[in-house]
Write a protein that binds this ligand. Structure first.
Ligand code: SF4
Length: 92
């Protein structure tokens, strides 16, 4: 049978946050985004806790859809910057 995880089940778990540069506990991560989970929560926590089951059991899919959106690949934005720089050079 699938285990049920309450919303505060992992609150005391700790890890190093690469965004903030220090250790913090899960209770911060699950409410960092205006009371909803930090967009990085799956990347940061998947090795420590069953994060997907936890999210599924405690949040509505539409509430946390932003967590599953794939960010724009970095290479695409770098390419845009180069194109803009080249265009600016040509016009000067
Ligand atoms: S989930 Fe967000 S706040 Fe929590 S450790 Fe990761 S980046 Fe930091």
């Amino acid at each position: 049978m699938e285990e049920k995880f309450s919303i505060d089940r992992f609150d005391k778990e700790e890890l190093y946050c690469r965004k903030l540069g220090h250790h913090l506990t899960f209770d911060y991560c699950r409410s960092e985004h205006n009371g909803l989970p930090c967009p990085k929560i799956r990347d940061c926590w998947f090795e420590k806790i069953p994060i997907d089951d936890y999210l599924e059991q405690n949040f509505k899919p539409e509430e946390i859809a932003y967590i599953f959106e794939t960010p724009k690949p970095k290479i695409a934005s770098i390419f845009e910057i180069i194109q803009k720089a080249q265009a600016a050079k040509k016009s000067s």
